[in-house]
Design a binder for this molecule. Structure first.
Ligand SMILES: [Zn+2]
Length: 373
């Protein structure tokens, strides 16, 4: 990961580069911001820039020995700590145990969510955590002299998942880090981090990505066509990890995702977000709009059957069923006719070539009235 591989975030990158060039690298920094904004890619590119032996004014060189080792995530002065899970209650476990998996996961794509990481760990829904035994490991690693460079870098991903006892043991070293040591903490929820930790780090905000950055990255780096890139960017809500998982969805999963989004928005009755949803569906063309409306009708019918505890067709996929268990409470004999009519009317109008944005917006408003009453 080089700075030029990071999606957007130019002002953050410029500040990080300046800190190196002006020789004022703060020893403990926290990159914080929403999921999928690129905090971990930034931390990787920053570490590489610091450890690179022939960096330029804009980026690491990408080919010195140090850069090569960082590409493989095997640089001896670059350390990682991240949430892991215990297979047995009493097990002592640190990030070291899962390091090979972490390396391949991160090399494959540094834009991922906590949930995706836990899934990769095969944690069977156990909570991921940075356990208390990790603190001794951190102190041990940092007590060594740098092997190959001027700096030792310790990247701690999601310190909010650190056991308070572990966090407490790190306070002293965060306050007075050994020479040539850099802590890079990466957080998505600073509210649950001990204030004593927060007060010891320099905070760097990494904002949500604009849709345009996501769209551009998808077309340029992932060879996605413009229309699809735009659609995915709109749905991703500034989260590139989410954009990538949307990309991997099949057409059917996308319809489901659209339906869930629509229901959430009509329930909130947030007009500007509804307009965003309308734009997204308007961009995919009439055929897919018709398919979506047909899909929605089917799903609504299945939900009514579920609500009435009648045998339903069992055509629901696992995610659909999970969603429907709660959602079916909103679909009942008193409103099914209205909901059905709203979708059918939209279908008829789309087929008759009515202005699609207007039809879809009307649909959303009618659903809002029906579902909220
Ligand atoms: Zn280099």
């Amino acid at each position: 990961m080089l700075f030029r591989d990071v999606i957007g975030q130019k002002p953050v990158i410029q500040n990080l580069i300046r800190s190196v060039q002006e020789g004022r690298i703060s020893h403990a920094q926290m990159l914080f911001g929403p999921e999928g904004a690129g905090k971990l890619p930034l931390a990787l590119a920053y570490s590489r820039y610091i450890l690179c032996t022939s960096r330029t004014a804009e980026d690491a060189c990408g080919h010195c020995v140090s850069c090569q080792k960082i590409s493989k995530l095997i640089h001896p002065d670059l350390h990682f700590v991240f949430p892991v899970f215990r297979e047995k209650t009493a097990e002592k476990v640190t990030s070291e145990k899962f390091l090979p998996l972490w390396r391949s996961f991160l090399q494959n794509n540094p834009y991922f969510s906590y949930n995706q990481w836990m899934k990769a760990l095969d944690s069977e829904n156990k909570q991921g955590m940075i356990f208390v035994e990790e603190s001794a490991e951190i102190l041990r690693k940092l007590s060594l002299k740098p092997y190959e460079s001027d700096w030792k870098v310790m990247i701690i991903w999601l310190p909010e998942r650190m056991h308070p006892a572990a966090a407490n043991k790190l306070l002293k070293i965060l306050e007075e880090p050994p020479d040539q040591t850099l802590f890079l903490l990466i957080s998505e929820n600073t509210q649950t981090i001990l204030p004593t930790i927060l007060s010891r780090v320099q905070m760097i905000r990494v904002p949500r990505l604009p849709d345009s950055d996501i769209e551009k990255a998808l077309t340029e780096k992932y060879a996605v066509d413009q229309t699809r890139a735009r659609r995915v960017a709109l749905q991703a809500g500034g989260n590139f990890a989410r954009a990538l998982s949307l990309l991997s969805l099949s057409a059917e999963d996308q319809q489901f995702d659209r339906f869930v989004t629509l229901m959430r928005l009509v329930w909130k009755k947030n007009i500007s977000e509804i307009l965003g949803w309308v734009d997204e569906l308007a961009s995919v063309g009439r055929e897919e709009q018709k398919e979506f409306l047909q899909y929605a009708l089917t799903l609504v019918r299945e939900n009514l059957l579920l609500n009435l505890k009648l045998p339903f067709a069992h055509r629901l996929t696992e995610p659909e069923l999970e969603f429907s268990r709660k959602f079916s409470a909103f679909i009942h004999p008193d409103n099914i006719e209205q909901i059905h009519d709203a979708f059918s009317k939209a279908q008829t109008h789309i087929e008759a070539n009515a202005y699609d944005k207007l039809v879809l917006f009307d649909l959303a408003l009618s659903l809002s009235e029906i579902i909220r009453s």
